[in-house]
Design a protein around this ligand. Sequence first.
Ligand code: FES
Length: 181
Amino acid sequence: MSNTNDQHESSHRPPNRRKEMSRRQFLTYTLGGATAYMAGGVVLPMLRFAVDPILHKKTEGSFVKVVETSKITNEPQEFTFELQQQDGWYASTASLTAWIRKDEKGEIYALSPICKHLGCTIGWNNEKSLPNEYHCPCHGAHYTKEGKNLAVAPKPLDEYKVKVDKDWVLLGDIIPNTRVK
Ligand code: FES
């Protein structure tokens, strides 16, 4: 009688949904977790190393000390200076040139020597038939003291950003010419 009752009760009990974890599953989870942990320890530093240069801001807006203001005249003069560059992981030193003068109001400005035609290097007063102009020896472009393009080149010479600090001229980024229209 009681046996019949037991059978009756067990048929109304909710089925046991909890599954026991097999030894194989336990090993799979444990090894999988350990592998993921170790892989994270290797991969994350590599990932950090790979994206590090991207996370660092470019050193835009920095200025380099180039020459004392007392050496600047109304006549354009060529000055060479060095710029530390960081391109991703590659650090290098670039040697740059600027033509610097002060205008009639005493304002100092600096022009880039890169011809706006095809990128040759211009010079000041380097062509007898074009006195007091910048001239490009490659295809004959020439420019005024302010860098205005007079022939061949489609645009005026670029300028450097200029800052004067404690009697020194500092040069920054190269920007489009602001002195000529
Ligand atoms: S590159 Fe200067 S004139 Fe052509």
